[in-house]
Ligand binder design. Structure first.
Ligand code: PLP
Length: 382
């Protein structure tokens, strides 16, 4: 028997695109991946070195459930240096990626039937995490006409006495948009706990991302090493939270996950201390691709939504082609051999849109968009 709860969890559609793409690849077909939200770069050399060294030194055991104390110290320095905010190591729990951090934060905040406010569109997995803790996702629609901006006044209308948290994500997946400092400040002043997913921080190309902690110390910050440091496979993330929540979340961590990986944590320390130039290098390359892909997509007749100045995503309006983004994405995959993510993965309000990821080489992006051009021309002829 399969539990009701697991039946309610919807698939992460981008993974289904990826899985179909691998089937095509097994048949010898070359597929260009513009769907995946994962850096194409390998982790920086200093990170690999630190992980190897940790292994050789026998750091192959459990760590403290809150995380390696050295890493927690380093994270405090990092938040001070990046944002000018003072946090202490006893406000941090190191996790096996940002995903478990989302679960711990929602797990400590929500009782069954409580409400969590999310933007629609937003990161595909948030509503499923909310479901998993038996809470209810309350969506705030954000619209293309308004640059897909998540606005405090619209969030405020959804707050009830059951609201336990407002989840924000800037730079945002799937649009690459940033919340302005004014908006962050307004959201920070709403009478509910803010959970700020800052996983794309640092990957910002024309302005600066601000942490929610610059505006309030009552928030939960979720962050990780997957994107900025190209360390997805290390599975390393963390939560910064008000002190009173740490012990209850520590108990969840002890029971559910025990601790984050020990060698990964040593690798994380190296990333924070020594990978700044690697990050700069990756950022420069992402930005070249961003400028190229936005221009080329417009030439192909797609309207770019919002202002994609962060992360590595561009969301485009594809309603002139279809209102069924799932069918469209799979049609593009089957006929053009290009993987793209259907907007519907991110919520009903992104139906009719497609997300392109530029976490792939410029050469592959060029080839992928050339294939898309041929696909579009063939469609017109039929
Ligand atoms: C907004 C957002 N949050 C969290 C995650 C999960 O990242 P991690 O690899 O740290 O679990 C992702 C991954 O794509 C993401 O886009």
């Amino acid at each position: 028997m399969i539990s009701e709860k697991s039946k309610e969890i919807t698939p992460f559609i981008v993974m289904e695109v990826l899985e179909r793409a691998s089937e095509l690849e097994k048949q010898g077909i070359n597929v260009i991946h513009l769907e995946v939200g994962e850096p194409d770069f390998d982790a920086p050399a200093c990170v690999i070195e630190a992980a190897n060294k940790a292994g050789k030194e026998g750091r192959t055991h459990y760590t403290h459930s809150l995380g390696d104390p050295e890493l927690r110290e380093e994270l405090c320095k990092y938040y001070l240096q990046q944002y000018g905010v003072t946090i202490s190591p006893d406000q941090i729990i190191v996790t096996s990626g940002t995903s478990p951090a989302i679960l711990l934060a929602l797990g400590v905040l929500c009782n069954p039937g409580d409400e969590v406010i999310l933007s629609d569109p937003g990161y595909a997995c948030y509503p499923n995490f909310v479901r998993f803790v038996d809470a209810k996702a309350v969506k705030v629609p954000v619209y293309e006409e308004d640059g897909f901006q998540y606005r405090a006044e619209n969030i405020a209308t959804k707050i009830t006495d059951r609201t336990r948290a407002i989840l924000i994500n800037s730079p945002m997946n799937p649009t690459g948009n940033l919340l302005s400092p004014d908006t962050l400040n307004e959201i920070a002043n709403l009478p509910t706990t803010i959970i700020s997913d800052e996983i794309y921080h640092g990957l910002v190309y024309s302005e600066r991302a601000h942490s929610i902690l610059e505006y309030t110390d009552k928030a939960f910050v979720l962050n990780g090493f997957s994107k900025l440091f190209a360390m997805t496979g290390f599975r390393l993330g963390y939560i910064i939270a008000p002190k009173e929540y740490i012990r209850p979340m520590q108990k969840l961590q002890q029971n559910l996950f025990i601790c984050a990986g020990s060698t990964a944590q040593k690798a994380g320390i190296a990333a924070l201390r020594h990978a700044a130039s690697d990050v700069e290098h990756m950022k420069t390359i992402y930005n070249e691709r961003r400028l190229f892909i936005t221009k080329r997509l417009q030439e192909l007749g797609f309207k770019i939504c919002g202002n994609p100045t962060g992360a590595f995503y561009v969301l485009v309006n594809a309603k002139h082609l279809s209102n069924d983004s799932y069918k469209l994405a799979f049609d593009i995959l089957e006929k053009a051999h290009v993987g793209v993510t259907p907007g519907i993965d991110f919520g009903e309000n992104a139906e009719g849109y497609l997300r392109f990821s530029y976490a792939n080489s410029l050469e592959n992006i060029k080839e992928g968009l050339n294939r898309l051009e041929v696909y579009l021309n063939n469609r017109e002829q039929h």
